[in-house]
Design a protein around this ligand. Structure first.
Ligand code: ASP
Length: 440
């Protein structure tokens, strides 16, 4: 093949929006995994590299965009944005559990199945809620960043950013004032550079996602999935309802008066990445890039709401607790009373807040719900086999919810340009990321 031919293939390949290339890799990887079986798991390291590349930029991007945000909005607006974001996060999570319970009551997943004798689960892993709360204040901010503790990092960066702003306002010393400006300027350049890295990493994502999916399906195989078909179906229906009715109908159309198509087009990269890597935190750089480039949201809102959301707002995870509670009750042949189901709502929301945005935490948090209901913890071991599939659906919902709430709060605070990006043209919005990646 001549070099010019190769170049033109490459150019044609690059002209396809990245989300379609990754989507195709997702499907092809799954098919290859199912066809090849166990040997496909050798590809796993290639997938792990993708996840690590994304994880590599999480802390810097949180620090930089949050500082940028603080420069752009006043401290009082930050306070209001915080209240609105947290309020909407809590309300949508509670609605998610209601929807999950309602769908599961109708579909009744788990009927006709029994627990295998040999499944066991050690419940010692559940994180302590009070510990999570206290941990928001870092003993050592550098340590918090090194550990990837997002909440503690947000706390320190807000304190530091506000201190910079106050200093700039109050100081008489020109050197200090221009020093503050220089810090913010450096951060601005750093943010741009990090977004460039995000889109570069997404180019590798085509290989990474293919490998991840081939490894998952190579290991699980279709046979392992069949007994759980009703559980997967119940969660899928509940998620589609939640996304369709609450996010698109409620948040985007009713509260923001915008097109759901534009919102989905603007959020596509984040949605596909969440499906592929099962981690809201790992997806965070892409979620932020979509908020910035496609949804045209100001850093002042997303710089705070998205890292917070990736850590505490997990509608998919909360909903999953409700669906699996019904599944578990069916497995042991008991019926949950209304009061028990309402208890599930409260515990599931708390559990989803306590769960970190990494693969599989929703499964661990299940122990809280099951223990409260007196249902056997072995259920956790039982569903663990299909968790890699359920976790994808949860994570995709979690990330979509973060972006939908962020859009509404940005709209309420005049921090979004609804005439640009994917709002103006959904197809163009898709490609903003590609352009940012540059053709260099
Ligand atoms: N993997 C999910 C997330 O990162 C959490 C969960 O396991 O439900 O959002």
């Amino acid at each position: 093949m001549s070099t010019s031919n190769t170049k033109s293939y490459w150019r044609r390949y690059r002209s396809v929006p990245i989300v379609y290339r990754i989507g195709t890799a997702f499907v092809l990887g799954s098919v290859v995994g199912l066809l090849v079986g166990e040997p496909a798991t050798v590809l796993e390291p290639l997938g792990d590299i993708f996840v690590r590349l994304l994880s590599m930029i999480v802390v810097p991007i949180v620090v930089f965009t949050l500082l940028m945000g603080i420069r752009r909005i006043s401290p009082s607006t930050l306070g209001r944005v915080g209240g609105e974001v947290i309020g909407l996060y809590a309300v949508t999570s509670a609605i998610a559990v209601f929807i999950g319970l309602a769908v599961a009551n109708l579909v009744n997943p788990g009927q006709g199945l029994t627990l295998a004798e040999d499944v066991e689960f050690d419940p010692a892993d559940t994180p302590d809620f009070a510990e999570v709360l206290v941990g928001i204040v870092p003993e050592n901010p550098i340590g918090a960043m090194a550990e990837g503790n997002v909440l503690a990092t947000i706390f320190f960066v807000i304190v530091f950013g506000l201190a910079l702003l106050l200093l700039e306002e109050s100081t008489e010393d020109e050197t200090v004032r221009s020093g503050v400006e220089s810090i913010f300027d450096i951060v601005e350049a750093g943010t741009e550079a990090l977004f460039k890295i995000v889109w570069g990493v997404m180019e590798y994502g085509v290989i990474g996602v293919f490998a991840l999916m081939a490894a998952v399906f190579g290991e699980a195989g279709a046979d392992a999935i069949v007994p759980f078909a009703m559980l997967i179906a119940a969660l899928t229906v509940a998620i589609l309802l939640h996304i369709g009715v609450v996010y698109l109908g409620g948040l985007i159309v009713a509260l923001t008066r915008q097109s759901p198509v534009s919102f989905l087009a603007g959020s596509k990269d984040a949605i596909v990445t969440a499906l592929s890597i099962r981690s809201s935190s790992g997806t965070l750089p892409v979620t932020m890039a979509n908020a910035d480039d496609n949804l045209q949201i100001n850093e002042g809102v997303y710089g705070f709401s998205l890292p917070l959301g990736a850590t505490v707002n997990m509608d998919g995870t909360a909903m999953y607790q409700g669906v699996v509670a019904i599944f578990a009750a069916n497995l042991v042949g008991v019926q949950l009373s209304l009061v028990e189901q309402l208890t599930v709502v409260v515990i599931a929301v708390l559990a989803s807040i306590g769960a970190g945005g990494v693969p599989g935490t929703g499964l661990i948090m299940l122990t809280l719900v099951l223990t409260q209901l007196g249902l056997p913890l072995e259920v956790v071991g039982f569903v663990a086999g299909v968790d890699p599939i359920l976790d994808r659906l949860r994570t995709m919902t979690n990330v979509t919810g973060d972006l939908a709430v962020t859009t509404v709060v940005a709209h309420w605070n005049d921090a979004i340009d609804l005439t640009g990006g994917s709002w103006a043209d959904p197809t163009q919005g898709l490609e903003v990321g590609d352009t940012t990646a540059g053709d260099d």
